[in-house]
Design a protein around this ligand. Structure first.
Ligand code: AMP
Length: 218
């Protein structure tokens, strides 16, 4: 049976960084809904252009569009053993849709690590975040700087600051998270799947806590 891990937590808490590290350690595919939208935008697809109208304001892309994109992605060969989901689901409707689609893929959500940190830390981290153009690798100019300023350590591509990491948009993204995504914490806790992780630890410590907690779950 395939293994699916959902990483839950507010914007800026480190879901992307941790999903990528977990993917390396477990061999499961890293599926980031935000990266998929940004890739579509880079390729100027209709989906990318549509998503951008929501992303630029810090709002969520509509559920039907997002669910269809994720279903397509999870159906590809590299997800046969399962996946680490980063940024999806973000609403109760998406969580329901995920359950239904995973049944088709002979799986279920095995564990939901919920990484948390206080709001002021999130705002600061997003302001210091640099993202790689080619593959979305993430750096932080204070806590996790690249070896060379403005250049990705992994693929040498340019690092840029995301438009939606600007203070105004960050405020809205956190609001949207509070309104639309936090109900999932209760949902997965009630289903016995939630694992609480302290996002104030170092990157290495968070990965260690995640791997430790996941050992007993999959
Ligand atoms: P992220 O890279 O996860 O911070 O996502 C960036 C933006 O992409 C979000 O602010 C949303 O506009 C959009 N997005 C990403 N994932 C989802 C999702 N599951 N549902 C709706 N919109 C999403």
């Amino acid at each position: 049976m395939a293994t699916y891990i959902v990483l839950l937590g507010p914007p800026g808490v480190g879901k992307g960084t941790q999903a990528s590290r977990l993917s390396q350690q477990t061999g499961l595919a890293h599926i980031s809904s935000g990266d998929l939208f940004r890739e579509n935008l880079k390729n100027q697809t209709e989906l990318g252009k549509l998503a951008q109208t929501y992303m630029s304001k810090g709002n969520l892309v509509p559920d039907d569009v997002t669910i269809a994109m994720i279903k397509d992605r999870l159906g590809r060969a590299d997800c046969a053993a399962g996946a680490i989901l980063d940024g999806f689901p973000r609403t109760p409707a998406q969580a329901d849709a995920l359950e239904t689609m995973l049944r088709d893929f002979n799986g279920q959500v095995n564990a939901v690590p919920f990484i948390s940190a206080p709001q002021e830390v999130l705002v600061e981290r997003l302001g210091d975040r640099w993202t790689c153009r080619a593959s979305g690798h993430i750096f932080n100019e204070k806590s996790n700087p690249p070896k060379e300023l403005g250049v990705c350590d992994f693929d040498g591509s340019e690092l840029y600051q995301r438009d939606d990491d600007k203070a105004e948009t960050v405020k809205r993204r956190i609001e949207v998270y509070m309104e639309q995504t936090t109900p999932l914490i209760t949902h997965y806790r009630d289903h016995g799947k939630l694992i609480e992780i302290n996002g104030l630890q170092s990157i290495e410590q968070v990965t260690h806590s995640l791997m430790d907690a996941l050992k007993n779950r999959s």
